[in-house]
Design a protein around this ligand. Sequence first.
Ligand code: SAM
Ligand code: SF4
Length: 379
Amino acid sequence: MAGIYIHIPFCKKKCSYCDFHFSTSFKHKSALLAALQKEILLQKGHFKTETINTIYFGGGTPSVLTEKELNLLLEAVYRNYQVNEKVELTMECNPDDITSKKINEYKKSGVNRLSIGIQSFFDDDLQFFNRAHYASEAEQSILKTQDAGIDNITIDLIYNSPLLTLKKWEQNLDKFISLNVPHLSAYTLTVEPKTALHHLVKTKQTSLPTDDQAIEQFKLLMDKTKQAGLIHYEVSNFGKEGYFSQHNSNYWKGENYLGIGPSAHSFMNNNTSQKRSWNVANNTKYIDAINQNTPYFEEELIDETTAFNEYILTRLRTIWGLDLEYIKNTFNPVLLHHFEKELEAYKNSELITISKNKVTLTTKGIFVVDKITSDLFYV
Ligand SMILES: C[S@@+](CC[C@H](N)C(=O)[O-])C[C@H]1O[C@@H](n2cnc3c(N)ncnc32)[C@H](O)[C@@H]1O
Ligand code: SF4
């Protein structure tokens, strides 16, 4: 169940909250795309026997790629890897890039899932976020994608943001539901260092809603999506049956993935050891290193304690929960003893459910997932 992630590190504008790796200068675009193709070839040894089930173009803004550029990258993948004929092929798109022509090109290239960064259906929020699109384009981008015949769509929405009232959040969720989109990623706004938002908050020019308001928004999100028939399968992700993100689910289930491009991360588990690596988060350093055959990534072997903590961190956030049998069979007695002791403290709380060898969060538990996770961590 392996996946490939390809990072496209270019954006038209710098959104006020975002600290992902990207450049607003497109000067090195063609050199970078050539380097991506070379890296795809260089890394082919990782998946000699495994089939690629998911390919995910993320960013940055993958929808700035032309048809030709996208096809060159896909050709490099298909030439060097064994790709499942039913591959989930996702493109992250910004609404202002979506045209009917583009969707038809995507379909020809094999793209079968679009992740559209809507963020909000209100212009004041979009302006505050310094997004490159308007609310009208947000809605239109979804309609155009559906009209052109791609129904496997997910959108991103941000809540807990300075201008978002509970009423507006309800309207955003109602709009999402009325558009009959089968999947939603809803993120609580986080204030990242070195962003414009961070500066605004620090200088008291803006402030985020209170914790109680944030909880109200999260409650509304859970209620509305449930009423609309979506399954809350990860803390920030909601999908109709058959429309969960296979790519992200594989991350959470600990499957292997290869990250291509500046800042991309990879995870490889070959049964005897687990390894994580991360590419340099700088476009010119990445291009130069690839071209000169010098190191462009760092890596670490994941020890048993880290593997245990990562298992707790990722799995507890999902409906698949913690598999008690797996924990028992995988981790050493010290970790096991710690886990059983910490879990005992939660057994009679209303925060977790234990059934059929599985530990999952209750609705109440989802609100305190970070606290439960840190209690179960072995440090
Ligand atoms: C890194 S972006 C890439 C997708 C695409 N460029 C876009 O903006 O639509 C992926 C998503 O992360 C979310 N995101 C990024 N920074 C965030 C932050 N500080 N707080 C909450 N959500 C954030 C946004 O919802 C965004 O759509
Ligand atoms: S949110 Fe998306 S478009 Fe905005 S800066 Fe980040 S990656 Fe680029």
